[in-house]
Ligand binder design. Sequence first.
Ligand code: ZN
Length: 316
Amino acid sequence: MGIVLPAILMQVAQGITRKKPDSAQETIQTEQTELLQQTTVAEVTFNLPVLMANGTTVQMDLEDYITGVVLAEMPADFEMEALKAQAVVARTYALKGYCGKEKHPGRAICTDPACCQAYCLPEEFLSSGGTNISLQKVADSVSQTRLEVLTFHSELIDATYFSCSGGRTEDAQAVWGSEVPYLRSVDSPGEEEAAHYMDTVFFTLQEFADCLQIDKETLSGNWIGDITYTAGGGVENIFVCGKVYTGTQIRQKLGLRSTAFVITAVGNTVTVTTKGFGHRVGMSQYGADAMAVAGKTYEEILTYYYQGTVLEEFAI
Ligand SMILES: [Zn+2]
């Protein structure tokens, strides 16, 4: 039986210890309270405040919450090692928000996938066609990684993730403008079966001009100018009608799936082909599944996509 301690106690008691310490001196950070030091029961639970879609805040057991995130964020038919990698990433993302960069004052995290992480109740998963076997598989992926997180220099990392890179992930600096040592561009093979590995969208010249808020009449001659690319194969800068845009700006203005795009224009039609889906920084979910199929463990998957990080146990 576990012991549920008040959330306020959890806040002062949290710290990170190495997953496999060689000795007591290996402990990186401990802020154990007197009460926790006296606790002899191994398993305690951690309540996370979660802002639900209806605006209410629910104190949710961390591992139950992570199960709901994995159900919502990754297909349950993915390989077990990929699901375990997703569980660690989701847990790290949630606790990072709880410990520091709170997007929602007083709340750890919300269930909006466009803001924080998607979340699905087990009963919702089952009522929408999920099976009990799949539900158990996801629950196992969470329990087998219980309290495990990723750190860099003993700090929880920004565990960003996305669906599909299109073959190579992106540097954080290329997308968000600031360098993050563990969010570097890496190859991500084996994603070809992903739903949005490659997409093509079409615009009329007028539609294209409207998206960029420019005069359609300027789209004549060689209006697509020089293009530079990022390490991850995304468009860094592109000249359109003599004006420079970043790849991120074009992605936002045209509503593209990624910044890895090619633009061609013939007659009245502008064709934009994209590779990948998402910001492409951090772990590729389809790439993680491909690595798992190839026999990699979840720790190998995680330390590949987040270079230089360490898998540790979050001490509560
Ligand atoms: Zn949020």
